[in-house]
Ligand binder design. Structure first.
Ligand SMILES: [Zn+2]
Length: 223
Protein backbone atom coordinates (compact mmCIF):
# COMPACT_ATOMS: atom_id res chain seq x y z
CA UNK A 1 0.00 0.00 0.00
CA UNK A 2 1.37 3.36 -1.04
CA UNK A 3 0.16 6.95 -0.90
CA UNK A 4 -2.38 7.80 -3.57
CA UNK A 5 -3.21 11.35 -4.64
CA UNK A 6 -6.97 11.58 -5.03
CA UNK A 7 -8.22 14.13 -7.56
CA UNK A 8 -10.92 16.68 -6.82
CA UNK A 9 -13.68 17.73 -7.21
CA UNK A 10 -15.61 14.48 -6.89
CA UNK A 11 -17.04 12.93 -10.10
CA UNK A 12 -20.34 14.68 -10.85
CA UNK A 13 -22.49 11.53 -10.90
CA UNK A 14 -22.02 10.88 -7.18
CA UNK A 15 -24.10 13.85 -6.02
CA UNK A 16 -26.77 13.13 -8.66
CA UNK A 17 -26.98 9.43 -7.81
CA UNK A 18 -27.10 10.12 -4.07
CA UNK A 19 -30.45 11.85 -4.65
CA UNK A 20 -31.98 8.75 -6.24
CA UNK A 21 -33.55 5.89 -4.31
CA UNK A 22 -31.50 3.25 -6.11
CA UNK A 23 -28.59 5.47 -7.09
CA UNK A 24 -25.27 3.96 -8.11
CA UNK A 25 -21.75 4.85 -6.98
CA UNK A 26 -20.12 3.16 -9.98
CA UNK A 27 -21.09 5.31 -12.95
CA UNK A 28 -18.57 5.68 -15.78
CA UNK A 29 -17.08 8.94 -14.47
CA UNK A 30 -16.34 7.36 -11.07
CA UNK A 31 -14.73 4.28 -12.64
CA UNK A 32 -12.58 6.33 -15.01
CA UNK A 33 -11.36 8.61 -12.24
CA UNK A 34 -10.61 5.86 -9.73
CA UNK A 35 -8.73 3.90 -12.37
CA UNK A 36 -6.64 6.96 -13.17
CA UNK A 37 -6.06 8.17 -9.61
CA UNK A 38 -5.07 4.69 -8.42
CA UNK A 39 -3.01 3.95 -11.57
CA UNK A 40 -5.18 0.89 -12.19
CA UNK A 41 -3.61 -0.78 -9.19
CA UNK A 42 -5.36 -2.42 -6.26
CA UNK A 43 -4.68 -0.18 -3.26
CA UNK A 44 -4.49 -3.18 -0.91
CA UNK A 45 -2.35 -5.85 -2.66
CA UNK A 46 -0.82 -3.45 -5.26
CA UNK A 47 -1.42 -5.77 -8.19
CA UNK A 48 -1.53 -3.84 -11.50
CA UNK A 49 -3.77 -3.95 -14.58
CA UNK A 50 -6.76 -5.44 -12.78
CA UNK A 51 -9.00 -7.76 -14.73
CA UNK A 52 -11.73 -7.59 -12.09
CA UNK A 53 -11.59 -4.07 -10.59
CA UNK A 54 -14.02 -3.25 -7.79
CA UNK A 55 -15.13 0.05 -6.33
CA UNK A 56 -14.27 -0.59 -2.72
CA UNK A 57 -15.72 1.35 0.21
CA UNK A 58 -13.04 2.10 2.79
CA UNK A 59 -15.76 2.21 5.43
CA UNK A 60 -18.68 -0.11 4.78
CA UNK A 61 -21.95 1.44 3.60
CA UNK A 62 -23.70 -1.45 5.34
CA UNK A 63 -25.67 -2.69 2.34
CA UNK A 64 -26.62 0.82 1.34
CA UNK A 65 -28.08 1.87 4.67
CA UNK A 66 -25.27 4.37 5.25
CA UNK A 67 -25.90 6.61 2.27
CA UNK A 68 -23.30 9.18 3.25
CA UNK A 69 -20.58 6.50 3.06
CA UNK A 70 -22.03 4.95 -0.07
CA UNK A 71 -21.66 8.10 -2.20
CA UNK A 72 -18.74 9.82 -0.46
CA UNK A 73 -15.97 10.24 -3.03
CA UNK A 74 -13.32 10.07 -0.31
CA UNK A 75 -14.68 6.68 0.78
CA UNK A 76 -14.31 5.10 -2.68
CA UNK A 77 -11.19 3.10 -3.54
CA UNK A 78 -9.93 0.95 -6.43
CA UNK A 79 -9.32 -2.66 -5.49
CA UNK A 80 -9.24 -6.13 -6.96
CA UNK A 81 -12.08 -8.57 -6.26
CA UNK A 82 -9.78 -10.78 -4.19
CA UNK A 83 -8.90 -7.99 -1.73
CA UNK A 84 -12.41 -6.57 -1.66
CA UNK A 85 -13.71 -10.02 -0.74
CA UNK A 86 -11.16 -10.52 2.04
CA UNK A 87 -11.77 -7.05 3.47
CA UNK A 88 -15.51 -7.72 3.51
CA UNK A 89 -15.18 -9.30 6.93
CA UNK A 90 -16.54 -7.89 10.18
CA UNK A 91 -13.07 -7.62 11.67
CA UNK A 92 -12.20 -4.85 9.18
CA UNK A 93 -15.42 -2.86 9.69
CA UNK A 94 -13.78 -0.37 12.01
CA UNK A 95 -11.57 0.75 9.19
CA UNK A 96 -8.09 0.53 7.75
CA UNK A 97 -5.57 3.20 6.91
CA UNK A 98 -6.72 5.77 4.35
CA UNK A 99 -3.86 5.83 1.82
CA UNK A 100 -5.25 8.98 0.21
CA UNK A 101 -4.84 10.89 3.47
CA UNK A 102 -1.80 9.23 5.04
CA UNK A 103 1.37 7.73 3.65
CA UNK A 104 1.30 4.01 4.58
CA UNK A 105 5.09 3.84 4.24
CA UNK A 106 5.38 6.16 7.20
CA UNK A 107 3.53 3.74 9.49
CA UNK A 108 4.08 0.26 8.02
CA UNK A 109 7.10 -1.77 6.95
CA UNK A 110 6.61 -4.16 4.03
CA UNK A 111 8.78 -7.25 3.73
CA UNK A 112 8.88 -10.51 1.84
CA UNK A 113 11.20 -13.28 2.97
CA UNK A 114 10.99 -16.33 0.73
CA UNK A 115 7.29 -17.27 0.84
CA UNK A 116 6.23 -15.07 3.72
CA UNK A 117 4.87 -11.55 3.51
CA UNK A 118 5.38 -9.63 6.72
CA UNK A 119 3.99 -6.21 7.50
CA UNK A 120 5.23 -4.51 10.66
CA UNK A 121 3.53 -1.57 12.34
CA UNK A 122 5.68 1.17 13.81
CA UNK A 123 3.09 2.02 16.48
CA UNK A 124 1.92 -1.26 17.99
CA UNK A 125 -0.88 0.53 19.84
CA UNK A 126 -2.53 1.74 16.66
CA UNK A 127 -5.45 -0.58 15.88
CA UNK A 128 -6.09 0.93 12.43
CA UNK A 129 -2.50 0.28 11.38
CA UNK A 130 -2.61 -3.23 12.85
CA UNK A 131 -5.81 -4.05 10.94
CA UNK A 132 -4.25 -2.69 7.74
CA UNK A 133 -1.15 -4.87 8.19
CA UNK A 134 -3.27 -7.93 8.90
CA UNK A 135 -5.41 -7.35 5.80
CA UNK A 136 -2.41 -6.96 3.49
CA UNK A 137 -0.81 -10.14 4.86
CA UNK A 138 -4.10 -12.00 4.30
CA UNK A 139 -4.29 -10.93 0.67
CA UNK A 140 -1.04 -12.82 0.01
CA UNK A 141 -1.69 -15.81 2.24
CA UNK A 142 -5.37 -16.49 2.95
CA UNK A 143 -6.33 -19.92 1.63
CA UNK A 144 -9.76 -20.52 3.12
CA UNK A 145 -11.35 -21.39 -0.23
CA UNK A 146 -10.07 -23.06 -3.37
CA UNK A 147 -10.24 -19.83 -5.33
CA UNK A 148 -8.46 -17.86 -2.60
CA UNK A 149 -5.69 -20.43 -2.49
CA UNK A 150 -5.17 -19.69 -6.17
CA UNK A 151 -5.55 -15.89 -6.06
CA UNK A 152 -3.41 -15.44 -2.93
CA UNK A 153 -0.63 -17.57 -4.42
CA UNK A 154 -0.91 -15.69 -7.69
CA UNK A 155 -0.26 -12.39 -5.88
CA UNK A 156 2.64 -13.87 -3.94
CA UNK A 157 4.23 -15.15 -7.15
CA UNK A 158 3.82 -11.78 -8.88
CA UNK A 159 5.31 -10.01 -5.87
CA UNK A 160 8.32 -12.36 -5.88
CA UNK A 161 8.78 -11.79 -9.60
CA UNK A 162 8.73 -8.02 -9.15
CA UNK A 163 11.18 -8.22 -6.24
CA UNK A 164 13.53 -10.33 -8.37
CA UNK A 165 13.48 -7.62 -11.06
CA UNK A 166 14.54 -5.13 -8.40
CA UNK A 167 17.23 -7.42 -6.89
CA UNK A 168 18.79 -7.97 -10.31
CA UNK A 169 19.13 -4.25 -10.94
CA UNK A 170 20.36 -3.61 -7.40
CA UNK A 171 23.04 -6.22 -7.98
CA UNK A 172 24.22 -4.26 -11.02
CA UNK A 173 24.34 -1.06 -9.00
CA UNK A 174 26.19 -2.87 -6.25
CA UNK A 175 28.90 -3.83 -8.75
CA UNK A 176 28.87 -0.45 -10.47
CA UNK A 177 27.37 2.33 -8.30
CA UNK A 178 27.33 4.72 -11.26
CA UNK A 179 25.47 2.46 -13.68
CA UNK A 180 23.00 4.94 -15.15
CA UNK A 181 21.03 2.30 -17.03
CA UNK A 182 20.45 0.24 -13.87
CA UNK A 183 19.58 3.34 -11.86
CA UNK A 184 17.06 4.33 -14.52
CA UNK A 185 15.31 0.96 -14.31
CA UNK A 186 15.36 1.02 -10.51
CA UNK A 187 13.89 4.49 -10.48
CA UNK A 188 10.99 3.25 -12.56
CA UNK A 189 10.54 0.16 -10.35
CA UNK A 190 10.34 2.43 -7.30
CA UNK A 191 7.60 4.69 -8.61
CA UNK A 192 4.46 4.54 -6.47
CA UNK A 193 2.52 3.74 -9.64
CA UNK A 194 4.40 0.47 -10.14
CA UNK A 195 3.25 -2.96 -8.96
CA UNK A 196 4.00 -3.85 -5.34
CA UNK A 197 5.81 -0.52 -4.89
CA UNK A 198 5.60 -0.50 -1.08
CA UNK A 199 7.68 -3.69 -0.83
CA UNK A 200 10.34 -2.52 -3.27
CA UNK A 201 10.59 0.94 -1.76
CA UNK A 202 10.84 -0.48 1.73
CA UNK A 203 13.66 -2.83 0.69
CA UNK A 204 15.69 0.04 -0.77
CA UNK A 205 15.07 2.16 2.31
CA UNK A 206 16.21 -0.67 4.56
CA UNK A 207 19.42 -0.96 2.54
CA UNK A 208 20.27 2.73 2.69
CA UNK A 209 23.91 2.06 3.56
CA UNK A 210 24.46 -0.05 0.42
CA UNK A 211 22.42 2.24 -1.82
CA UNK A 212 22.69 5.85 -0.65
CA UNK A 213 22.26 7.10 -4.24
CA UNK A 214 18.76 5.52 -4.45
CA UNK A 215 17.28 7.03 -1.30
CA UNK A 216 16.05 10.08 -3.19
CA UNK A 217 13.54 7.79 -4.98
CA UNK A 218 11.88 6.44 -1.84
CA UNK A 219 10.85 9.57 0.00
CA UNK A 220 7.90 9.49 2.38
CA UNK A 221 5.08 12.04 2.45
CA UNK A 222 5.08 14.14 5.55
CA UNK A 223 1.67 13.73 7.11
ZN1 LIG B 1 -5.83 -6.57 -4.36
Amino acid sequence: MVKVVRSFPAPASLAEEAEKKNGRYDKADVIARLKEDFHNKCYICEMKELQDPNVEHLLSHKNGTDRQRKFDWENLFWSCGHCNGIKNNGKYDRGILDCCKFDPEKYLTFQIKEDAVMIYVRDSNNEVHKRTASLIVETFSLKNTGMRTYTSEQRLRLLQKEMNLLYRQLHKVHKNPDSQSAIRVIRSLLRRESAFAAFKRCYVREHAIEYPQLQQYVNIYDG
